[in-house]
Each structure stands twice: as structure tokens, then as C-alpha cells.
Design a protein around this ligand. Structure first.
Ligand code: AHR
Length: 678
């Protein structure tokens, strides 16, 4: 927050400068709010009607997550594979090609490394050939070979096991050391020797070794070295930690961050990732299923990195199942950012979508269901929602509408129960085509998003519901993820919760950022190879974990409420009934919030505050970081208040929730509290 004593001159200059750099709205809100920071008290009243007649169920699927392969969210993130470019395909199909990020151990007098097209895998022909040519004195004692640094260093932990798999071929006997080492190779954390006779490896041979680390290093690398002269080919080199979520390949700590949001759905795999800048680089699901060695991998030209596609169509459905979240599959509609397929030629894309649905839902005897079954999941996945494209309706010159109808008709015919999401916006006027939901994306300034809490107030109550599948405060207001952004989002989400009769699903975007490849900021969860933290935007989402499937209570704010938004819901947990009030204070003033309840069905019913949760910080531009990951996290405490008192304090720039236990007077039991009275 700004220095309270700053003069108007300073404020005016800040406003001029900030408007020049296009960030007017942040400072404008600070200036207005500073003006409000006075001795005067600020009061608002929330009128809550708890009578049955005005209650409304909140959709079971209201709050979920959106996973996009962006910022190395999957490759080098959630997908725990440690080797980057495991099949040597990333450097192009033409040979010789670049093997980045692989690198050579040894100099040109002792080793030469090239790529050729000798792989035994049909869809990814590139393999690596090492010619070891040590002179008569032999190779250096540590050997020569290649190493892979993973995604900005591998996180190797003492006592943990790593399964290294690779394919090898040679014209002679081989003696290869497979090692996990420190970043410069000076310290060995784990190592095993692979010895084989020429007869065994004259054709491609799969080798597997389990390495147990005797030390910890989060910047480690994988080495394959030898001291034996000869030609050795390598292909499909993988290093997987044994310890992943249920052994399904998901990095545990990142998985847990998702679980903690209790997501009711997961939209995947993008975003622009699905479209591609060019169709030739779009995500095509068929290239990502089957055994991992056979996957071609692809260059995501929107977010500018290669993915080996270990996290493929199957793994996304497995992820949804593991999270207990409904899968929402977004597929390409024959439209990328720069090229598109005309409606007259769209049928092969429609068939690809139908096949992708059959892969998820078909029985294990069906053509594509059998591929899923062979991958270890004979039972169908619970796919009930598909999104036809991403942001493809935004350009009126696209074939989107025509293509959409072909997808819609074919999917409804084969799978009448599947809910179909259109890319066209139905929030201001009715859609001109059938759909179950329409996709709505918004990225804007904090104040703007805060005021968009009323965006859906006037939307027609008939017709498809909104799927707000991407929202965030961004640009200068958010920096890399600050409190101001999170509070703008909190206001917006409270409005969506209240409009959940016309808004069916909501998710923040993007979810993940590997700090080493910032393609998009801000994000909800920031990580490197070993650490992570949630941005304030992540923590705001955590305030809504009770909302999906709860009951919305009609509530109205009275008083000077232009900078306050609030909602009231009721839910049950552990056999008890609760009312939860959530309120965001988007100004630099302290607000007293009085809650007035009407409609309690018995005069014996008591409502007693039990717990509060507050997200705030000393400065509205504060952010979490690796050095201070918990600077802005919700602080929870128990509360005990005098009977009948429902007055709460909302600190400046804060988001709060208050849980009120609802019980009949005869059974009142107050919680044991070590905290204070508000
Ligand atoms: O969330 C980042 C990007 O923003 C998504 O890929 C795209 O759908 C939107 O434009």
C-alpha cells in the first residue's frame, strides 16, 4: 500500500506516470482508497435470507481447474519424467540434428556424437550415435558419453529410487555407466554398470536399471558414459522417480496443490496449446497414446517448447480420475492461430474427436477403448464434457461456426449425454447455435475484474450456462502474482458464485509456472525442480472449496459497498450445518461487516461463528516467492463471539471467510478455542 502520508503532488505524479505506462487502474484504486483512509468508520451490512424458499443449489461442478501445457506445466512439471528430449526428436526430423539439452562428456579427440534415423520406433526415427575413439592411452577414467540436465536440473533425493530405461545398440560389447550426478558431474549420487556382449546388443535392446540415490541435489543430471571404444546407439532414454502419485507419473507435491483446491473438474490440455500457431504443431491426441517409447513428441509452437508427450491423452484422463474431478477434454476444431480447415473438409477432424471420446469411454473391445485397456485402464473414464476448440469463435472470419455444428451433431448423435461447450460468447446475447455451455475467458486489470462480479447479473436465465474456463487479473496490476490481483479475482468469483444459476463452471488460468520458462504470468502455482509456492490467486481459490454442491443463500449488501463484495452459502460437513460468509474488502480502509440473518425457521436456531480465514498482507503489491513462499497465505483461527453478535472486521485489502455453525438451541456446543473474540 502507498505511504499514507504521501502528498497529493506525489499521488498526482504517480497517476500521471502510471497512466503513461498503462497501469492507471492500479494506482487509481490506491489513490481513491487512500483518500478513504481516514478516521471515519466504514460499515456495511449483509442481509442474508436463510429461508428455504430463496435458497438455490450451487452446481456440483462449479469450481475446478484448467491444466494447460504452458510454462512447462507438464513436461518439466507435473509429469515427473526427469529426462528432457528423451528420444532425441526435439532437434527436428532432419539429420544431423541438434540434441539439446543433451550434452557431450569428453572432447572431439575422444568422442563424436551425431543423430541418425536408425531408431526401431516407427513414429520417432531419430537415435543418437556415439563413436568412442579414445587413443592408445584409453579414455579418461570418468569415461566419455552424454548427459541430460533434465528440465533445469533433476531433483534427486537421498534414499529415493529412480527407474532409468533406455534402448541401446552396438557393433561390439558394451560397458556403460548409468549415473545420476551433481550438475557438473563431479559428485555421483547413484550409478550402475550395464555390461552386455555384442551378440546381445547387435539389435536394439531395452535396458532398465533402478538407481537409489545416496545424496540429494535438485540440480542433478543423468549421465551415460563408457571407457570402451566403439559405436553405441542410444534411444528413448527415460528416468522416472519411483515415487509419483500412485505410481501414475505425477509429481507428488504439484499433484497435492491441485488436490487441495478440491477441483470438481479439470479442463485440459489447453488453451492455445490445443490450437497451435499452425495446425502442424497442434496437440493431436492420437500421437500421445500407447507406450511412451512410441510417442513422437511435438513442438508446441505457441508456448515455444518441445514436449515428449509423456503426459498424453490417457494420462490426462488418469489425472482427472486421481483428482476425483470430471474430465473436460478440449480438442482442436481444425483451426489454429494461423491456418484453418474449411467446414467441407472437417470430417476427418470430427472422426478424430469421436475416436478420442471412444478412447475415453468405449468398452475395452472397441477400437480405441482397447488401446486404453492395453494401457492399463480397462474401465472407461467418466467423460461427460467436451469443449469444441479454444477461443476459435473470437475471429469472425473463421470456419468455427460451420465446423462446430459438424462436431456438435456427430457427438450428440453418438453420445447424447455428453455436454458440449461452444467457444462463442453467450453472456450478452443468445448463441445462434445449440450448446450446453459457452466458454468465457477474461484477463484484465484488478479493478475491472472486481467490478465484473456483476457481469452475469443481467445474463438471460435461459439458454446454455457459462463456463468461465479462464480468468485472471494480469498485466501491470498483477506483476508476477500479487495480492491486488487476487482480490480482484475474489470479487469476480463471489459474483460468479452468486450467479451460479447461469455460470456452471469456473477455473483460473494458467495453473502452473516452471520459473525457468515464464511464458505467461501470473500463474496460480510456481515451481522449480524441488520447490513450489501458491500465488495469492491460488489461495483465493482455496476459499471456494466448500462452494461446489453447496446452497446459495440470497444476500444483499447495504451501505458504502462499492469496494466490498460478499456472498453467503450453507453446507454440511461432518454432520453439522454451516453458513459461510465470504467477503472481500478491495480498499485501503477497515470495514465493519454486520451480518443480519432473516428466515431462520425456528427461534431456537442459533448461528454461532466458529472459524475465520483471512488473506491479506501489509502491502497490496506483496507477492509470495521461493524465499518467502507463505508471505500471503490464508490465516485461520477459531472465533468466539457474544451470543447473537455477527459483526466482523474486514481489514484493508483483504479476503475473509467466516464459518457459522447452525444448531438448535437445545444442542448448542461452542468450539474449544485458543483464540480471541473479534
Ligand atoms: O491461459 C493462457 C492462454 O490464454 C490460453 O492458452 C488461451 O486460451 C488464452 O488466450
Amino acid at each position: 500500500m502507498m505511504d499514507l502520508k504521501c502528498s497529493w503532488m506525489v499521488l498526482i505524479s504517480i497517476c500521471i506516470i502510471s497512466s503513461l505506462i498503462g497501469s492507471f487502474s492500479v494506482y487509481e484504486s490506491v489513490r481513491l482508497d487512500d483518500a478513504r483512509e481516514d478516521t471515519e468508520k466504514h460499515y456495511v451490512t449483509l442481509q442474508v435470507d436463510v429461508s428455504n424458499s430463496t435458497q438455490r443449489p450451487i452446481p456440483e461442478t462449479l469450481f475446478g481447474i484448467f491444466f494447460e501445457e504452458i510454462n512447462h506445466a507438464g513436461a518439466g512439471g507435473l509429469w515427473a519424467e526427469l529426462v528432457s528430449n528423451r528420444g532425441f526428436e526435439a532437434g527436428e526430423q532432419n539429420i544431423p540434428s541438434n540434441i539439446w539439452p543433451w550434452s557431450i562428456i569428453g572432447d572431439e579427440s575422444s568422442i563424436s556424437v551425431v543423430t541418425d534415423r536408425s531408431s526401431s520406433f516407427k513414429r520417432n526415427k531419430i537415435a543418437l550415435r556415439m563413436e568412442v575413439l579414445c587413443n592408445s592411452n584409453g579414455c579418461p577414467s570418468q569415461g566419455v558419453g552424454v548427459y541430460n540436465p533434465g528440465y533445469w536440473g533433476m531433483n534427486i533425493e537421498e534414499g529415493k529410487k529412480y527407474k532409468v530405461t533406455f534402448y541401446v545398440r552396438s557393433t561390439g560389447d558394451i560397458d556403460v555407466s548409468v549415473s545420476l550426478t551433481s550438475s557438473n558431474g563431479s559428485l555421483t549420487l547413484a550409478s550402475e554398470q550395464i555390461i552386455a556382449l555384442a551378440s546381445e546388443v547387435s539389435n536394439w535392446k531395452k535396458k532398465e536399471v533402478l538407481l537409489e540415490a545416496n545424496g540429494t541435489d535438485d540440480g542433478a543430471r543423468l549421465q551415460l558414459t563408457t571407457t570402451k571404444n566403439g559405436s553405441i546407439w542410444l534411444d528413448q532414454v527415460s528416468a522416472m522417480p519411483v515415487d509419483t502419485y500412485k505410481g501414475h507419473g505425477f509429481r507428488n507435491d504439484l499433484f497435492q496443490m491441485m488436490v487441495d483446491l478440491k477441483p470438481r473438474f479439470i479442463r485440459f490440455p489447453g488453451g492455445c496449446f490445443v490450437e497451435g500457431d499452425w495446425l502442424s504443431n497442434a496437440f493431436r491426441w492420437k500421437e500421445t497414446v500407447g507406450v511412451w517409447e512410441e510417442r513422437a513428441g511435438h513442438y508446441g509452437d505457441v508456448w515455444k517448447y518441445w514436449t515428449d508427450d509423456g503426459l498424453g491423452h490417457f494420462e490426462f484422463f488418469q489425472l482427472a480420475e486421481d483428482l476425483g474431478a470430471a474430465p473436460i477434454w478440449v480438442f482442436n476444431t481444425g483451426i489454429s492461430h494461423n491456418d484453418q480447415v474449411e467446414t467441407a473438409s472437417i470430417m476427418p477432424f470430427v472422426q478424430e474427436a469421436l475416436d478420442g471420446i471412444e478412447f475415453a469411454r468405449g468398452d475395452s473391445n472397441s477400437t480405441w477403448g482397447s488401446v486404453r485397456a492395453a494401457m492399463g485402464h480397462p474401465q472407461p473414464f467418466d467423460l461427460k464434457y467436451v469443449a469444441v476448440g479454444n477461443e476459435d469463435c473470437w475471429n469472425k472470419y473463421t470456419y468455427y461456426r460451420g465446423n462446430y455444428l459438424e462436431f456438435y451433431n456427430a457427438i450428440k448423435k453418438a453420445y447424447p449425454d455428453i455436454k458440449i461447450i461452444s467457444n462463442c460468447d453467450g453472456s450478452s446475447q443468445p448463441l445462434d447455435h445449440p450448446a450446453d455451455y459457452y466458454d468465457f475467458h477474461v484477463y484484465t486489470l484488478a479493478k475491472e475484474l472486481f467490478s465484473m462480479s456483476h457481469k452475469f447479473d443481467k445474463t438471460s436465465r435461459d439458454g446454455p450456462k457459462a463456463f468461465v474456463s479462464e480468468y485472471a487479473v494480469n498485466v501491470t496490476d498483477a506483476n508476477t502474482g500479487n495480492l491486488l490481483a487476487a482480490l480482484g479475482e475474489a470479487g469476480f468469483l463471489l459474483g460468479l458464485e452468486k450467479n451460479s444459476d447461469v455460470v456452471g463452471m469456473v477455473s483460473y488460468a494458467p495453473l502452473f509456472l516452471n520459473i525457468n520458462d515464464r511464458r505467461w504470468i501470473p500463474d496460480a502455482i510456481v515451481f522449480n525442480s524441488s520447490h513450489l509456492y501458491g500465488t495469492p490467486s491460488y489461495w483465493v481459490q482455496q476459499f471456494f472449496t466448500e462452494s461446489s454442491g453447496a446452497t446459495l443463500l440470497t444476500s444483499t449488501l447495504q451501505g458504502d459497498s462499492s469496494y466490498v463484495e460478499a456472498s453467503a452459502i450453507s453446507f454440511q460437513t461432518n454432520g453439522s450445518d454451516y453458513i459461510q460468509i465470504k467477503a472481500v474488502n478491495f480498499a485501503n480502509v477497515t470495514v465493519e461487516l454486520k451480518v443480519n440473518m432473516t428466515g431462520l425457521n425456528s427461534s431456537n436456531t442459533k448461528v454461532s461463528p466458529t472459524k475465520k480465514k483471512i488473506l491479506t498482507s501489509t502491502n497490496v503489491t506483496d507477492e509470495n516467492s521461493f524465499s518467502n513462499p507463505e508471505m500471503i497465505v490464508p490465516k485461520e483461527s477459531l472465533i468466539v463471539m457474544p451470543d447473537g453478535d455477527l459483526t466482523f472486521v474486514l481489514p484493508p485489502y483483504s479476503f475473509s471467510s467466516f464459518d457459522l455453525l447452525k444448531e438448535s438451541a437445545a444442542y448448542i456446543k461452542m468450539p474449544i478455542s485458543d483464540s480471541y473474540t473479534m
